[in-house]
Design a protein around this ligand. Structure first.
Ligand code: MGP
Ligand code: SAH
Length: 249
């Protein structure tokens, strides 16, 4: 990514620029997703070059700055499985980092949108897109790293004071992690900011010996957007390793 592209991430939102009626209908924006549209350049710095979204895509896509951080944990030519690839926010950044990506989503519309968005970033040839259920495909998948950003149950996830691993969709976080570990111990998992951090070490204890673990709070302009767990070889050489909930406030 070039410096000029990166600088778009901090492009100031145009003050008081409301969403014109024609813009909303053209881009499929509902009252629920309007606030995410206002953050569109933080989601995709190349938004104006033809990015396409649907409603779930708007509220689920990983902000570009965070997706770049995730991708920095991979080495060139790694094979990365993006198990819940959505509209492509993470798959695009893994591909831009030089990895080959298997991008899986159960929703054919998401896969269409992700293919379009990968073309906007010029990385489509580094991504194999699959419409399918990750849990059904998992036994036949091989890869160096698995990236997990499953559904959190929609924007109302934050109405819950402490989000537990049992609340992840379509299956609880423990089962998801066990299915994934059968592919590789090198796992990156993007979770809600209100995740119960006391449960997090339990995931590494599912392996013997326990997997190395790093917990990274993901801030965008001082606003905590989510929490990333790194396991196995994706842990940084000198990790800021903590599971203390106080670190996230
Ligand atoms: P948010 O909390 O809905 O937005 O989502 P924001 O702007 O922090 O809301 P505020 O009103 O608290 O200011 C924050 C980020 O979480 C989104 O940009 C997505 O990257 C991620 N995210 C949100 N949801 C509901 C999901 C989800 O279901 N799955 C995944 N993988 N990521 C999600
Ligand atoms: N990281 C993505 C957002 C993922 S949102 C991005 O940056 O764009 C979670 C996605 O999981 C949704 O698109 C949803 O369609 C998909 N999904 C839900 N259940 C699934 C399953 N069983 N297998 C694969 N994908 C699934």
């Amino acid at each position: 990514m070039t410096t000029s592209e990166t600088s778009n991430l901090s492009r100031p939102q145009r003050a008081n620029k409301g969403l014109r009626k024609s813009e909303g209908s053209k881009e499929g924006i509902s009252p629920l997703t309007k606030k995410y549209w206002h953050q569109r350049y933080r989601l995709f710095s190349k938004y104006d070059q033809g990015i396409q979204m649907d409603e779930e895509g708007w509220f689920s896509v990983t902000p570009e700055e965070t997706a770049i951080k995730h991708a920095q944990r991979c080495s060139d030519h790694d094979l990365v499985i993006d198990s819940f690839s959505g509209v492509g926010g993470n798959a695009i950044q893994f591909a831009a980092k030089g990895c080959h990506v298997i991008a899986i989503d159960i929703d054919p519309v998401k896969v269409e949108l992700a293919m379009n968005n990968a073309k906007v970033y010029g990385v489509e040839e580094y991504i194999d897109f699959i419409v399918g259920d990750f849990f059904a495909l998992a036994p036949s998948l091989k890869g160096d790293i698995v990236f997990l950003s499953p559904p959190w149950g929609g924007p109302s996830y934050k109405d819950i004071q402490t989000f537990t691993l049992e609340l992840l969709k379509p299956i609880d976080g423990y089962t998801l992690f066990q299915v994934t570990q059968a592919i590789t111990p090198n796992i990156i998992m993007f979770l809600p900011r209100n995740i119960n951090l006391k449960q997090v070490p339990e995931l590494s204890w599912l392996s013997s010996p326990p997997l190395e673990l790093e917990v990274e709070p993901n801030y965008i302009q001082n606003h905590l957007k989510g929490v990333t767990l790194y396991f196995g070889s994706t842990v940084a050489a000198s990790p800021r390793c903590s599971t203390d909930a106080d670190d996230l406030v």
